[in-house]
Design a protein around this ligand. Sequence first.
Ligand code: ADP
Ligand code: MG
Length: 238
Amino acid sequence: MAGVTLRGVRKAFGPLQTIHGVDLDVGDGEFVVFVGPSGCGKSTLLRMIAGLEDVTAGEIAIGGRVVNDVEPADRGTAMVFQSYALYPHMTVGQNLSFGLRMNGNPTADTERRVAEAARILQIGPLLDRRPKALSGGQRQRVAIGRAIVREPEVFLFDEPLSNLDAELRVQMRVEIARLHGELGTTMVYVTHDQTEAMTLADRIVVLRAGRVEQVGRPLDLYDDPVNQFVAGFIGSPR
Ligand code: ADP
Ligand code: MG
């Protein structure tokens, strides 16, 4: 397991400054949720932690190791996106094992990891199906399963439930909480859903235009937002 540290992290896309110096410590095993309006930089921050975007300035460390120059595959992170992007021609089992097989992971270990992910997500009976024969919620489970089989030190979720209908979103939220409870792995989770943030987070990070507006435990932010902007995002009555 590993925490994540951001020190003075900035991001520019050409002349456009997007992230303006973010400092943050995510504890080992902590569940931290990023919230903020569309375009405030939530995905960019997550992608920089994953190594899918370069850091323009500052430092990112995972488990105490600076990873600015470490390849995405070697960071110990696994990311779950809003779009499932499952391989349509492969079965669920093949979708789960594909990355490990490509990396030359030993077959027995791959099988063990796929079985474990299937157990955790209760998708064992679906392993021989193809994605088109799955419901939206089942597809999202497979997408999370693909992250689990990597046995990451840090899970990164970018609005993983926003394509699901309201009822399924609640179900999957409970699943993700259970996953965190069972594995105890560090999680950084982006959402624009207040309920998701309030119920999942150990701490919430409220972002505004590329800066951290406030960080705190859900009830502390609710009871004591630093300003109207935070209050609006957390849903506190003021
Ligand atoms: P959020 O996930 O909070 O909606 P993003 O991190 O996607 O926000 O985007 C933050 C800002 O960075 C936005 O202004 C967006 O237009 C810009 N941005 C994101 N990715 C790129 C890119 N590849 N090139 C240029 N600008 C980008
Ligand atoms: Mg985004």
